[in-house]
Design a protein around this ligand. Structure first.
Ligand code: ZN
Length: 320
């Protein structure tokens, strides 16, 4: 059960000491200079914008034959070993992103809150370490409605955690999860996910802003349909002028498996073929346009560069 110290250091977004070990390939890349603000908090300037990645901790998952649907377990274990990670358990980090752009302070995905693994729910501590009061967040933008992305919006007592923020969600995601007939027909293992959507959103259903993926949400912030992981899963480009970033949410889960092997399908992809096509499309976009990449389950600072490697890609996190 216990993970090696090395695995914590290499994958542990919750541990500040991890930064120096995070880039397993060991080569620093050219590009914007990141600043390690605190353990789990890294900041980078995108032209006039500032982006801060904020660890919400991590969860540990068993690596078994079900985790990757279309690859033999031995191949999955080999990929983990190649990345210097344990082959039986996997730390999956959670990393929301905060954008400061003019008067707008925008949080992308809201973390697990009080509803995830005991090693998760660290977003508020990371915000405090970044010097950001939750009441100062002006917008919360959600990539999709899985619990690790939405539960942090409302605490167990029922209060909104970002009380002054407008909440922006992809309309197709809302339409799918908030459909009561679909919930009633869903299999038992999915009931919890539907219930979480209702716990978080029902009291603010009239205020939640539903957008069609493709629209510009705010100056410099454009949404991008990236359906597959979920029916309304959405990515976002952040354009600071001299430098752009793509925040791709759960287009991949952990980099060592799904950035390196983009054809592999994690068990959570609801439409595996659409998710796979979007992984390739967005990875090619990031590389062609020399964007920085941020992803909710990526390693280290969860912001970095992407390059082609073999049949897949390699993610190199920025280090402060
Ligand atoms: Zn997720």
């Amino acid at each position: 059960m216990s993970l090696s110290r090395r695995s914590f250091l290499s994958a542990g977004a919750a541990l500040g000491a991890g930064w120096s070990m995070a880039g397993l390939s060991g080569c620093a890349t050219a590009g914007p200079q990141a600043q390690a603000v605190a353990p789990g908090v890294t900041r980078v300037k995108l032209g006039a914008m500032q982006v801060t990645s904020l660890s919400d901790g991590f969860a540990v998952r068993n690596v078994d034959a079900a985790f990757v649907r279309n690859a033999p377990l031995a191949a999955v274990q080999a990929a983990l070993a190649e990345a210097g990670l344990p082959t039986d358990k996997l730390e999956v980090p959670f990393v929301p992103l905060l954008l400061d752009a003019g008067k707008n302070r925008v949080l992308f995905d809201a973390g697990n809150g009080e509803f995830g693994a005991p090693t998760s729910g660290k977003l508020l501590a990371s915000l405090a370490a970044a010097g950001v009061a939750p009441a100062s967040v002006t917008h919360v933008v959600l990539s999709h409605f899985h619990g690790d992305h939405i539960n942090g919006l409302r605490n167990r007592a029922g209060a909104l955690v970002f009380p002054n923020a407008s909440v922006h969600v992809p309309a197709p995601e809302w339409d799918w999860w908030m459909d009561d007939a679909r919930m009633a027909a869903a299999p038992q293992p999915m009931q919890g996910a539907f219930a979480a959507c209702r716990r978080v959103f029902s009291p603010i259903a009239q205020q939640v802003q539903r957008f069609q993926p493709g629209v510009e949400l705010l100056p410099g912030v454009r949404s991008l349909a990236a359906f597959g992981h979920t029916p309304g899963h959405t990515a976002f480009t952040l354009d600071g002028g001299s430098q752009k970033m793509l925040y791709w949410g759960d287009t991949t889960n952990v980099a060592a498996l799904f950035v390196r092997n983009p054809d592999w399908s994690i068990m959570f992809d609801m439409d595996a073929d659409a998710a796979r096509a979007n992984r390739h499309r967005l990875a090619k976009l990031v590389i062609a346009e020399k964007m920085l990449l941020a992803g909710y389950h990526l390693s280290g600072s969860a912001m970095g560069t992407l390059a082609v490697r073999g049949n897949g890609y390699e993610f190199t996190p920025l280090r402060g």
